[in-house]
Design a protein around this ligand. Structure first.
Ligand code: DGI
Ligand code: FE
Ligand code: FE
Ligand code: FE
Length: 188
């Protein structure tokens, strides 16, 4: 599937705002992937285009997918924002027919991160955070760092997310903390 076809497919599932975000993630992901060098551009594009495929799905539908597929129950317990990543990976496979496990894994982990992320997982996680339409505090610094060192930028994005959740008295998905610890060791 090429990028143009994929964008046409995803469009009706998203709001205009979310579609613009998706195009931003795609362009940023390709830019980051070029720096890393060993990724296939079409896979990077498809992961980015479909990463928020399930963003507007019914929450109960997403919870039942997570139960049925026996994904980690914590995706249900740690806040509704997490549902669309694992449910999205499942729906992109079953409804769109994408069966590339690398793409599906990058979509699955794009919200929380996890330990031992591969290059595609890091690129999607970071692109989702720094694409040009994102405006939250600290994003500019992460963008600048991404130009120099992608791993350091992933650590900053994780740190900002964890801090943001803690300031709001929210729980942090355990794998997000594992991702942070794992990457901190790796950049040393
Ligand atoms: O779908 P997007 O808005 O493009 O971005 P996303 O998939 O990264 O989702 C961001 C939301 O997810 C934001 O509200 C913070 C939340 N989030 C990210 N990591 C965690 C988290 N929420 C909890 N409870 N725990 C996490 O580890
Ligand atoms: Fe998302
Ligand atoms: Fe994110
Ligand atoms: Fe997103």
């Amino acid at each position: 599937m090429d990028k143009t076809a994929a964008l046409e497919i995803v469009k009706p599932h998203l709001t205009e705002h979310r579609y613009i975000h998706t195009v931003g993630v795609m362009e940023t992901a390709v830019y980051l992937a070029d720096k890393i060098g060993n990724l296939h551009q079409n896979e990077v594009e498809l992961a980015a285009i479909f990463h928020d495929y399930a963003k507007f799905r019914d929450k109960e539908e997403m919870r039942s997918i997570i139960r049925q597929q026996e994904y980690d129950k914590k995706f249900i317990d740690y806040g509704d924002e997490l549902l669309h990543a694992p449910a999205g990976a499942y729906l992109v496979k079953t409804e769109i027919g994408i069966d590339n496990e690398e793409i599906l894994s990058a979509i699955f982990w794009h919200t929380t991160g996890k330990e031992d992320m591969n290059n595609l997982e890091k690129v999607l996680f970071l692109a989702d955070y720094i694409e040009p339409n994102r405006i939250f505090p600290g994003v500019e610094e992460v963008r600048r760092t991404a130009d120099e060192n992608i791993d350091e930028a992933v650590v900053m994005a994780l740190r900002n997310t964890i801090t943001f959740l803690m300031k709001k008295q929210q729980s942090v998905f355990p794998k997000t903390l594992y991702a942070y610890n794992d990457m901190v060791y790796k950049i040393k």
